[in-house]
Write a protein that binds this ligand. Structure first.
Ligand SMILES: [Zn+2]
Length: 318
């Protein structure tokens, strides 16, 4: 039941962030007044904030606050209030780091920017926010994004990595190319031993891979393997969506990605069509990963499009 609610939430946040969404998504109206922000201490002075949308990580200390991702604009005041309620500092949110461009992670950029925060993200996050376009798995999952207003665009961008030195910590944002999107970063808090994985690692089942925005399953696997090899064994993991996790959870997720990719690759090599793969239910052994947002058919499409380089049509807005 809880899982169902969780996936419903993901559906409604996708609907709220974007326009021209499928009818079933558009019907999901969010009552922002009912959303509550819950702050959980992860380790030391790093907190996780949950409301609606992607998880937020926050470093809260004597120099001020750094947050990773900012959910949706209507929640910005509640997020600010939740950070104040920790009663650790009266200093403002000085920096917002976006893990990627999707609206459920960057929706609060405008109000945080207006309140004086500096927005930081990988180069492609700014580009995709600026131009807008189609997000999707190259198949049944498809969402249109309008170009974002200027105030939503990161002021500081980087190609490979950037370090924010605040609260006695060297907070590192590391770019991994072509995973969930082409602008993903993983943010590591080395002193407190916490990492925010963005949507390269999620807990809602089969992941949404935005093949239309330069994402790929191969890149997601590579990012997760590199990250698990480099991070301390006992690092606390904040997923893009879902509960605080550890590296074993990340390994199980990566294993599923590799196994399902191999099965779809074999079917491609055997000259099976996408329709045949769906009909034959080739992902049935991984049925427990099926979700309402990304079901087995949608994930077969994702893998097929990712492995064959089919990105679906790209729509540009002016
Ligand atoms: Zn995302």
């Amino acid at each position: 039941m809880r899982k169902k609610m969780r996936t419903r939430m993901i559906l409604s946040l996708a609907g709220a962030a974007l326009f021209c969404v499928p009818a079933t998504w558009a019907q999901q109206q969010t009552d922002w007044s009912k959303v509550q922000i819950k702050a959980t201490k992860v380790s030391g002075n790093v907190y996780m904030l949950e409301g609606q949308g992607g998880n937020i990580a926050a470093s809260v200390g004597e120099d001020g606050i750094v947050i990773v991702d900012d959910q949706f604009a209507p929640l910005a005041d509640k997020i600010q209030a939740a950070l104040k309620d920790l009663k650790i500092t009266d200093k403002p949110v000085r920096f917002v780091i976006n893990t990627h461009y999707h609206g459920d992670h960057t929706g609060g950029n405008v109000p945080f920017n207006n309140a004086g925060s500096t927005l930081i993200a990988q180069d492609n996050v700014r580009k995709r926010l600026e131009t807008g376009g189609t997000a999707g798995n190259g198949g049944s999952i498809k969402m249109e994004n309008k170009p974002a207003e200027k105030a939503a665009l990161p002021i500081i961008t980087f190609e490979h990595d950037v370090t924010v030195h605040l609260n006695g910590e060297d907070i590192r944002a590391l770019h991994f190319p072509s995973g969930h999107t082409d602008g993903d970063s993983i943010i590591f808090f080395p002193k407190n031993n916490v990492v925010h994985m963005g949507d390269d690692f999620v807990r809602y089942g089969f992941p949404f891979i935005d093949v239309a925005s330069g994402g790929s399953v191969q890149g997601m696997i590579e990012a997760m393997e590199k990250a698990t090899a480099q991070l301390p064994a006992d690092v606390k993991v904040i997923p893009g969506h879902g509960a605080i996790s550890n590296l074993d959870d990340v390994r199980a997720f990566t294993k599923m990605l590799k196994e399902t990719s191999a099965v779809v690759q074999k079917a491609i090599n055997d000259h099976k069509t996408l329709e045949q793969m769906k009909k034959e239910k080739i992902l049935e052994p991984w049925a427990k990963w099926k979700g309402d947002f990304v079901n087995d058919d949608a994930f077969v499409e994702t893998l097929y499009n990712s492995l064959t380089g089919h990105k679906g049509e790209f729509v540009k807005h002016n």
